[in-house]
Design a protein around this ligand. Structure first.
Ligand code: SAM
Length: 356
């Protein structure tokens, strides 16, 4: 065997990179803890000692101090030794606290915490084939997904997605029928149901617990025009067709995405609209490398989107749903006039709008 000479400086440089990846992984968990416990929000209220912060958040000081040490050494929180006070800089708070910046990234940390628990199962699938059934990720995945998508829906559904569909707002104001397939905890329909009281909204999902949360939220909002039904989208059959069907992040990880899209097509009235917000990628790996989120997205794919599809012998599209493939699947299902719209501030996703 001929040994290729290795540059020690390159080895050292890469070791540094690996260590910073491991540090990033730990900081991910710290952000997750800070979000779950309210510590990030407490820290954003101004400089404080660990005792004061623990008091503000109602937490155990010794844990808070260790968390702060991690956050300070990771460059997220600043520390002033003379006063023993910790500060979350405003620019950092703008990324990690609700309402302080364009988007709160803290809820996304829960994805990595959650997916890490499934590494051993996915590694087994690498060796033995198959995958990890969706049920294995529940109920925690439901919470994580809700935490990640709720902010998007609040920010974009009524003001961005609905106006992308010609005439939809007027139709819904007058009274129409809309479905959300793979609705999860159903927040989208609560927003729509409240905005368009003359219209009827139905959410479909295979997860009873997620649907129960949707029902509770809709009931809490006093909505009688929103309902949720347990249904496998691959078997969706409706008595009365819909004017529009939405899907948010629930096509790319299907066992049989082509069949789901056909069922959605059949469930629309002629001229009805299908709107799907899905991950947006290029077909070739090399064309996705400039996307700074690519390692996160391919990682989520490896640990979740791919194994839940492959667990049942599925298509295994994965998270990086290429626009070319998406267009092909939509056209094969019978959709026409396919338009692809960017999502502001979110280069990883796109909103597809098409017509039956
Ligand atoms: C990634 S989550 C997205 C949930 C929700 N749309 C959101 O944006 O928060 C995918 C959802 O699709 C549901 N799902 C997966 N396969 C399904 C199927 N064949 N039929 C109906 N729902 C399905 C899952 O239970 C899950 O709630």
């Amino acid at each position: 065997m001929i040994e290729t000479p290795v540059d020690p400086a390159q080895v050292e440089g890469f070791m540094g990179r690996v260590m910073s990846m491991y540090a990033g992984a730990m900081l991910n968990y710290m952000i997750d803890i800070g979000h779950r416990t309210g510590l990030l929000a407490a820290a954003a209220d101004g400089a404080a000692t660990s005792e004061e912060l623990a008091g503000r958040a109602g937490l155990t000081e010794r844990y808070v101090r260790e968390w702060l040490a991690t956050m300070v050494s990771g460059g997220i929180v600043e520390y002033d030794p003379p006063t023993r006070t910790y500060t979350l800089p405003p620019a950092h708070a703008a990324c990690l606290i609700d309402g302080r910046g364009p988007i709160n990234l803290a809820p996304f940390a829960a994805f990595q915490t959650h997916l890490a628990k499934h590494v051993h199962q996915v590694a087994r699938a690498f060796k033995e084939g198959g995958g990890v059934p969706y049920a294995e990720y529940r109920p925690e995945f439901t919470d994580v997904m809700d935490g990640a998508s709720r902010g998007f829906l609040d920010a974009f559904l009524l003001d961005y997605c609905v106006p992308l569909v010609p005439g939809l707002a007027d139709r819904l104001t007058a009274g129409g029928r809309v479905a959300d397939v793979g609705c999860g905890t159903g927040h989208a329909l609560v927003l729509l149901g409240r905005a368009y009281p003359q219209s009827t909204f139905v959410g479909y999902d295979i997860d009873d617990a997620a649907l129960a949360r949707g029902r509770a939220e809709a009931a809490g909002a006093g909505l009688t025009n929103v309902r949720y039904e347990a249904c496998d989208a691959a078997r969706l059959v409706v008595d009365e067709p819909f004017d529009a069907i939405f899907v948010f992040d629930a096509v790319h990880d299907q066992v049989d995405p082509a069949r789901v899209l056909r069922r959605i097509h059949d469930a629309l009235r002629p001229g009805g609209f299908f709107v799907m917000k899905e991950p947006h990628a290029a077909d070739a790996l090399e064309d996705n490398l400039l996307n700074p989120m690519a390692p996160i997205l391919y990682g989520c794919s490896t640990l979740h989107c791919l194994p839940i599809s492959l667990a049942h012998g599925g298509a295994g599209i994965g998270t990086m749903f290429a626009e070319g493939l998406a267009r092909q699947l939509l056209a094969d299902a019978g959709f026409t006039g396919i338009d692809v719209h960017p999502v502001a501030g979110d280069p990883a996703d796109a909103v597809y709008v098409c017509t039956k």
